[in-house]
Design a protein around this ligand. Structure first.
Ligand code: SAH
Ligand code: SF4
Length: 384
């Protein structure tokens, strides 16, 4: 029998697993803390764990890390890892350091089935859902490798955003236990406000998330009307804007934050005109408590789309701000290592193809300009 991957379990799941081995729940809590808080992989290292349990675990269980295909460090301190998830699939995880926080952007699927026009993951198509253990392996690895690198025992990752590859709400059953581990005081102890799920608008699952595990919610809107959103986010044909906004209102009743973040990717000549900004104001103002996050489009060749000019973005933002809607323009991070939103798939495809040609993919570690924590901390987001 294959050993169980302990990264698959939230604390209740781990307690049930330990019970099967004839162990008490508090042993599961100890084990859970070793794994997630201390980053241990080796049971022999878990010194306060009963020897009898350590013996039972070895051979029957493991902490299954994902093989690292590459690690790139950007001049601005952003770190991007490419992990191998088997069968020629690779996923990406990005760490974004800022003055007052460290955010990890996590993938939920290999590829994505939603197929948004402006997203390179969408263009790549859907390969498979990640398991809970694969979602958590990204956080586990990033947190503990960054601590080593920065020579600290303090928490490095303070925020998690499910904004990497994939649509998290189309991988719901794997997502929720992973979120629970992020929130658990014996796990990563992140507050619900600091864990965000970003969705293209899977309405029924927004309702379930509200019931099962309410965390901060970001909704990828990208258009103020159905005909345009139908084109950009094909899922809109199934769950149109009015239904999506109703789901947002229901979510707000249980949400840890009293607003929804709407993401809006700025595409030149497509969704960036002042008229559409006015339409967006009419759609949202006084209806849904929200913040708008304008994302400059990160171009990739197959999209045939262009990034809106700064002037366009600023003019669009001004309409929203003048109407009293809190609006930020996302600063692009990790541009030099293709870690920006929607660029995640390009290199993955290359890598994946390369990997298929080789029996073993090389591990490359690039360091550009990262000298300890000072460089990583130097960044400010453009806020308005
Ligand atoms: N599937 C989820 C989460 C992953 S995408 C979602 O769509 O929300 C995370 C964010 O990156 C989304 O807001 C998405 O619209 C944005 N994005 C995707 N491709 C992009 C690109 N090429 N440039 C800028 N933002 C992009
Ligand atoms: Fe999938 Fe999100 Fe990309 Fe759309 S933007 S294709 S939902 S990952």
């Amino acid at each position: 029998m294959n050993p169980a991957n302990l990264l698959e379990f939230d604390l209740d799941g781990l307690a049930a697993f330990c019970e099967q081995l004839g162990e008490k729940r508090f042993r599961a809590t100890q084990l859970f803390r070793w794994i997630h808080q201390k980053g241990a992989r080796d049971f022999a290292q878990m010194s306060d764990l009963a020897k009898s349990l350590r013996d039972k675990l070895s051979g029957r269980a493991e902490i299954r890390a994902l093989p690292v295909l590459s690690e790139h460090v950007s001049g601005d301190g952003t770190v991007k890892w490419l992990f191998d998830v088997g069968s020629g699939n690779a996923i990406e995880t990005v760490f974004i350091p800022e003055d007052d926080r460290g955010t990890l952007c996590i993938s939920s699927q290999a590829g994505c089935a939603v197929g948004c026009r402006f997203c390179s993951t969408g263009h790549q198509g859907f390969s498979r859902n990640l398991q809970t253990g694969e979602i958590l392996a990204q956080l586990w690895y990033a947190e503990h490798s960054l601590r080593k690198r920065l020579n600290t025992s303090e928490r490095v990752i303070t925020n998690v955003v499910m904004m990497g590859m994939g649509e998290p709400l189309q991988n719901y059953s794997a997502l929720v236990p992973a979120l629970r581990v992020m929130l658990d005081d014996h796990g990563y102890g992140l507050s619900r406000r600091r864990v965000a799920v970003s969705t293209s608008g899977v309405v029924p699952m927004i309702d379930r998330l509200r019931e099962d595990c309410p965390v901060a919610l970001a909704v990828s809107l990208h258009a103020p009307n159905d005909p345009l959103r139908d084109e950009l986010v094909p899922l809109n044909r199934k769950y149109p804007i009015a239904e999506l906004l109703q789901a947002c209102l229901r979510y707000l009743e249980a949400a840890p934050r009293d607003f929804i973040t709407f993401e809006y990717c700025m595409l030149e000549g497509v969704n960036d005109t002042p008229e559409l900004a006015v339409e967006l104001v009419r759609l949202l103002r006084g209806k849904v408590a929200c913040k708008l996050n304008l994302i400059p489009f990160n171009p990739f060749p197959a999209s045939g789309l262009k990034r809106s000019s700064n002037a366009r973005v600023q003019a669009f933002a001004k309409v929203l701000i003048d109407a009293g809607i809190v609006t930020t323009v996302r600063k692009t991070r990790g541009d030099d290592i293709d870690a920006a939103c929607g660029q995640l798939a390009g290199e993955v495809q290359d890598r994946t193809n390369a990997k298929n040609r080789m029996t073993r993919a090389p591990i490359t570690v690039h360091r550009r300009g990262l000298e300890g924590s000072a460089a990583m901390a130097r960044h400010t987001e453009t806020k308005q």
